[in-house]
Design a protein around this ligand. Structure first.
Ligand SMILES: NC(=O)c1ccc[n+]([C@@H]2O[C@H](COP(=O)([O-])OP(=O)(O)OC[C@H]3O[C@@H](n4cnc5c(N)ncnc54)[C@H](OP(=O)(O)O)[C@@H]3O)[C@@H](O)[C@H]2O)c1
Length: 338
């Protein structure tokens, strides 16, 4: 990927009508509104990807009122590359719009060698956020997450690090990702006692992965914490793209780090085929229906999609045109997902 800051002197002017159609939801019981569709940079922003495409994706997002960009220390490849590339694009295009943007990062998975570059110690979280800020060229992130539970580190230490980061002004809000309901309740309690609310939880949630329905969403509601659902399209499977084989430019073929051909099962494809019939009847693409189906629960503040090209993002935004499901739709979908 070309990461030269001078590669394109073109000046970006955001679309003046960017807030006309996007819908926003309040994040739990906080003062913060999030767009109902958010954009994640896990894939497609590494040094092996095309920076110009990434730039167009970010511009398309912001031009349509998507104010929230989600990153993490180790998004790439290599680790750190997505933040670096985002930093370049931010400096070229988005600096004047900093106060209109919500930028998040995370630490919790492996990042650098040795005992201090992984999991949930205060040492790791604070050092990692400092590195992320440098890579992105930002003074602060809007949301900083602990990326996954660490069974070895006392929760007080991890939450204490998040609280400290807010006190330092390096993050405005904090979140957690993939914590179960019981641990979420404890984390929220510890943070609350320190005076830092738990703004948001980032769980994996899609038609094919519904673990959050077993208590987590109820707990988030109790705590007044919002939810941002990641991998809502099951990395593309729920967009129907693998129904006729494996396209060369798809994630399962070109970037098999987390999704590969073996992980796309016949059972999933069979369900996707049936779901597609309902989506067509509703006048939506399957991706749109899969997103709308998550947003039917108002506790889902926003759905965090990834896209490999701007057109996919436009398709996904179109989900907001039809969020209503009839009882029959829901029953049919439920029967397929069983
Ligand atoms: N907290 C965590 O632990 C965690 C873990 C994973 C992800 N995340 C976050 O969640 C974000 C989204 O995850 P994800 O990328 O797995 O989300 P996803 O939306 O489930 O999958 C994205 C992929 O689906 C395909 N796609 C998306 N929209 C499409 C459309 N309209 N039509 C056809 N194909 C479409 C594209 O695949 P192709 O590339 O094949 O075109 C795209 O790369 C990440 O960027 C990251 O910010 C967080």
């Amino acid at each position: 990927m070309n990461i030269n800051d001078t590669y394109d002197p073109g000046h970006y002017q955001a679309n003046a009508g960017r807030y006309d159609n996007m819908k926003y939801r309040r994040c739990g019981r906080s003062g913060l509104l999030l767009p109902m569709i958010s954009l994640g940079l896990w894939h497609n922003f590494g040094h092996t990807d095309n920076l110009e495409t990434g730039r167009n994706i970010l511009r398309t997002a912001f031009d349509h009122g998507i104010t929230h960009f989600d990153l993490a220390n180790n998004y790439g490849p290599p680790y750190g590359a997505a933040e670096e590339n985002f930093g370049h694009i931010f400096r070229r295009d988005f600096r004047p719009y900093r106060d209109e943007l919500l930028i998040s990062s995370k630490a919790g998975w492996d990042m650098w060698p040795g005992p201090y570059g992984n999991l949930g110690s205060r040492k790791y979280l604070i050092a990692s956020l400092d590195q992320s800020l440098k890579r992105m060229g930002l003074e602060y992130v809007d949301i900083f997450y602990h990326h996954r539970p660490d069974p070895e580190t006392p929760l007080e230490e991890t939450m204490g690090a998040l609280h400290h980061i807010v006190q330092q002004g390096k993050a405005l809000y904090v979140g957690i990702s993939q914590y179960d309901a019981a641990l979420t309740a404890k984390a929220a309690q510890i943070l609350r006692e320190m005076g830092t609310p738990l703004l948001i939880h980032q769980p994996r949630y899609s038609m094919f992965d519904r673990w959050v329905e077993n208590g987590l969403l109820d707990e988030l509601e109790r705590q007044g914490t919002g939810a941002i659902a990641f991998s809502p399209l099951e990395q593309g499977i729920l967009a129907g793209k693998y129904l006729k084989g494996f396209p060369e430019d798809s994630r399962a073929v070109k970037d098999a780090r987390y999704l590969n051909k073996d992980k796309v099962t016949e059972d999933q494809l069979d369900k996707v085929r049936q779901l597609n019939v309902i989506a067509e009847r509703r006048g939506q693409s399957l991706a749109q229906m899969a997103i709308a189906w998550l947003l039917k629960d108002e506790r889902i503040t926003t759905v965090l999609v990834g896209v490999s090209r701007p057109q996919q993002l436009l398709d996904n935004i179109g989900a907001l045109d039809n969020l209503a499901f009839s009882g029959d739709d829901l029953r049919e979908i439920e029967a397929i997902l069983k």
